[in-house]
Design a binder for this molecule. Sequence first.
Ligand code: HXC
Length: 270
Amino acid sequence: TTFGTYGTLELELSDRILTLTVNRPAALNALSQEVVAELWKAFTAVQDSCTHDAGWPVRGVVVTGAGGKAFVAGADIREMTSMSADEAAGYSRSMQAVTLLIEKLPVPVVAVVDGFALGGGCELALACDFIYATEAAQFGQPEVNLGLVPGFGGSVRLPQRVGLGAARELIYTGRRIDAAEAYRLGLANRVLPTRDDALAAARTTLGEVAAKAPVAVGLAKQAITGATGRSTAEGLEGEADAFREAFTTEDMREGTGAFLEKRSPSFAGK
Ligand code: HXC
C-alpha cells in the first residue's frame, strides 16, 4: 500500500503503524502551505484506506518531526509576512481542516514531540489523540510575540486539553513550558527520555490498539471527539449512536463470542 510521495513529509508503514514525519528541518519543520497541502493529501489517503475493502492497512499513526530539534516550530512565519489578511485566513482554514481530518480519522494518531512544538506545532499535536513527549520537548503558543493569535485550533483545543485557566496563561504570555510541566497539565500523556524511546512507546501503544476491532476503535474515537465541547446529553446521544453501530458489526459477534468461548478474538474489521 502506498499513501503517495511527498516533498515535505516522510511516510513509513511498519506493522500497520504509519509514521508520518514532517521533514523541513532547515525551518524547524514549520508548516508552510506546501506542508499543509501535503498533510491534507496524506491524511486523506489514510482515511480512504480505513475500510474493510481496503483492508485497514493502517491501525495507528505517529506524527513527528525530523532533524532532532523540533516537532514543528509553528506556522511558517516567513511565508505569512507576504500574505494578505484574506490569504492568512485561508491558510488558517486550510490547516484547521487538516486538524479536523485528523480528529475524524478512525484510527488513533499520536504526536511524538521531541524539541519545539510551538504555535501551529502545538496545535498540530493537540489535534492528535494524545501526545508522548521527550524530556527535550518544549510546548507553547507564542503567537502574541508576533502580534498574532493561535490560528490552527489552539484557542479551542488547548482549553479543552489543559483547562481554561492554564490555556489562558499560556496563550496570553506566549510562555514556553517543558515536558514535565506539559505532563503535569495533562498536555502530554507520557514523558520518555529520548526520541527513540518515545517512538517505541507510541508504537507499542498503537500496536496494542491494532489488535482490537478497528471499527469499534474508530467509533470510540468518533464518540469522544463528537462529545467534546458539547453538553452531556448531546455527548450521550453520540455515544448511543456509536454503540448501536458497533453492535451491528461482525467484529462485535466475534469479540463477544470469543469471550464466551474462552478464546482470543480474530477481528475482520467489519
Ligand atoms: C519559519 C522558522 C520558524 C517558523 C524557525 N524557523 N521557526 N521559519 N517559520 N515558525 C527557521 C529560522 O528562521 C531559522 O532559519 C531556522 O528555522 C532555525 O531557527 P533558529 O531560530 O535559528 O533556531 P533557534 O535559535 O534554536 O530557535 C528556535 C526557536 C525559534 C525558539 C524555535 O526558531 C523560534 O522562536 N521560532 C518561531 C516559533 C514561533 O513563533 N512559532 C509560532 C509561529 S505563529 P534560518 O534561515 O535563519 O536558518 C503560528 C500561528 C499559527 O504558529 C496560526 C497561523 C494561521
